[in-house]
Ligand binder design. Structure first.
Ligand code: NAD
Length: 433
């Protein structure tokens, strides 16, 4: 994607060509405004919830391997903590912007409320290209990030986690740096840690597993049979790879196409999970996988499949391609993959969208389980985690589906109605507004 903040694309409305914004925060605010109006939020509450409560901008000087110092820009946004400490990942990305972080922090607020866990919403980011950095440079950047935010985060304030291009090793360095600064053990300060350092069994595949549970429930309400039906996945990182594994294992779906930033592959007979992952691990991309044809990311989105999993980045389904989406269910593992104009087209065409902050809420739900286990120093097994995750996701799915159905709105608006109402109630009870 090019610059999220500036990018706009032409869309025709009432016969006029107007701009469709691709700024993620403008999109998040427009989505929120719609819910606020339907909920008839009082004006002060509306104004309060459409902006972050606080945000931090900082510079991180890092000694690079060549002996020079490079200065990186970092952010942490605490969007809202009325329901509990802020919670949200840290993204390392060369196109990171403060507006992307604000949008992701807003969506975290609505996400934790939708699955009804006692946390608020936050997000962090660094403008950098981790693919061009050595491990030693990444460690120094991760520790530098933590030194910059340590005084503003913590178990009772704000708990970070991994996101795009950050992983358990980065969480381990950050946790260690935090503990060095505060002088005591506090594993719950960050989630998505390696198992050896207090990570939760089941966190690694939780985002995809939670999404798969919501697809199962969607198929039930739509009367669709998923066994042997086809699916395509855009993005082949944490969320995308585990979606491949679990959509086949748990739902019996046949994954016929997957892609990453370098391109996609397709095989109508199905792509074997182990072989595809091994190819990705050894070559760094799914492209070039034997026994599969090439496909572009754009073509993958428009495939005639039962389930489409966008699992990469924002703004991939826009007014330009929404009318060509043939999937019956779009399960948004990525945050913000669909623009508001595209949402309207998909709804009109009867495509059942499981919106991002419901579909991908499994990750933060098991992160919350990780915090609980860290606090009690007592760890659950995979069965216990999966069962409790299933309960949370299933309950959240039906709350959203029922609301959308009864208010005759699309599922995204339904999810906003559920989430915003819960956050607003916490704000009122605290007496903030
Ligand atoms: P990741 O870094 O593990 O993987 C990202 C994948 O997307 C990579 O395969 C990359 O090649 C691919 N990609 C990047 N740009 C692309 C492009 N232009 N076209 C196609 N593919 C592209 O990240 P992840 O953790 O899997 O996160 C993916 C999405 O899921 C993000 O939107 C993230 O915010 C969301 N999400 C992740 C989690 C989690 O627990 N990992 C939780 C909730 C939401």
């Amino acid at each position: 994607m090019s610059d999220n903040v500036l990018e706009k694309s032409a869309v025709v409305k009432n016969g006029r060509s107007v701009e469709e914004t691709l700024n993620p925060f403008a999109i998040a605010q427009a989505q929120f405004d719609q819910a606020a109006e339907l909920l008839q939020l009082e004006p002060a509450m509306h104004a309060f919830l459409r902006k972050p409560m606080r945000e931090f901008h900082f510079t991180i000087p890092v000694k690079m391997d060549n002996g020079r110092t490079k200065v990186f820009d970092g952010f942490r946004v605490q969007y809202n903590d009325a329901r509990g400490p802020a919670k949200g990942g840290i993204r390392f990305h060369f196109e990171e912007t403060i507006d992307t972080v604000r949008a992701l922090a807003a969506w975290m607020t609505w996400k934790t409320a939708t699955v009804d866990i006692p946390l608020g919403g936050g997000k962090g980011g660094v403008i950098c290209d981790p693919r061009m950095m050595s491990n030693a440079e990444l460690e120094r950047l991760s520790r530098g990030y933590m030194r910059a935010v340590a005084r503003y985060i913590g178990l009772t304030k704000d708990v970070p986690a991994p996101d795009v291009y950050t992983n358990p090793q980065i969480m381990a360095w950050m946790m260690d740096e935090y503990q060095m600064l505060v002088g005591h053990q506090e594993p719950g300060v960050i989630t998505g840690k390696p198992l050896e350092l207090g990570g939760a069994i089941g966190r690694e595949d939780a985002t995809a597993r939670g999404g798969v549970f919501t697809v199962r429930e969607a198929a039930k309400v739509l009367g669709l049979n998923l066994k042997g039906a086809t699916a395509a996945i855009q993005g082949y990182g944490n969320a995308g790879q585990f979606a491949h594994k679990l959509a086949s294992e748990v739902l019996g779906l046949k994954i016929v196409a997957v892609s990453d930033s370098k391109g996609g592959i397709v095989n109508e007979s199905g792509l074997d999970f182990e072989k595809t992952v091994t190819h990705k691990k050894t070559t760094g991309t799914v492209v070039g996988f034997p026994d599969a044809d090439s496909i572009s990311n754009e073509e993958l989105l428009e495939m005639d499949v039962m389930v489409l999993f966008p699992a990469a980045l924002e703004n991939v389904i826009t007014h330009r391609n929404a009318a060509n989406i043939k999937a019956k269910i779009v399960a948004e593992l990525a945050n913000g993959p669909t623009t508001p104009d595209a949402d309207k087209i998909l709804y009109k065409n009867g495509v059942y969208v499981i919106p991002d902050f419901l579909c991908n809420a499994g990750g933060v739900t098991v992160s919350y389980f990780e915090m609980v286990q860290n606090a009690y120093q007592y760890y659950w097994d995979a069965d216990m985690t999966d069962k409790r995750l299933d309960q949370k996701m299933t309950k959240a799915f039906h709350a959203v589906h029922k609301t959308a159905d009864s208010r005759q709105v699309n599922n995204r608006v339904g999810a906003y109605l559920v989430a915003v109402d819960r956050v607003a109630q916490a704000v009122r009870l605290r007496g903030w507004v």
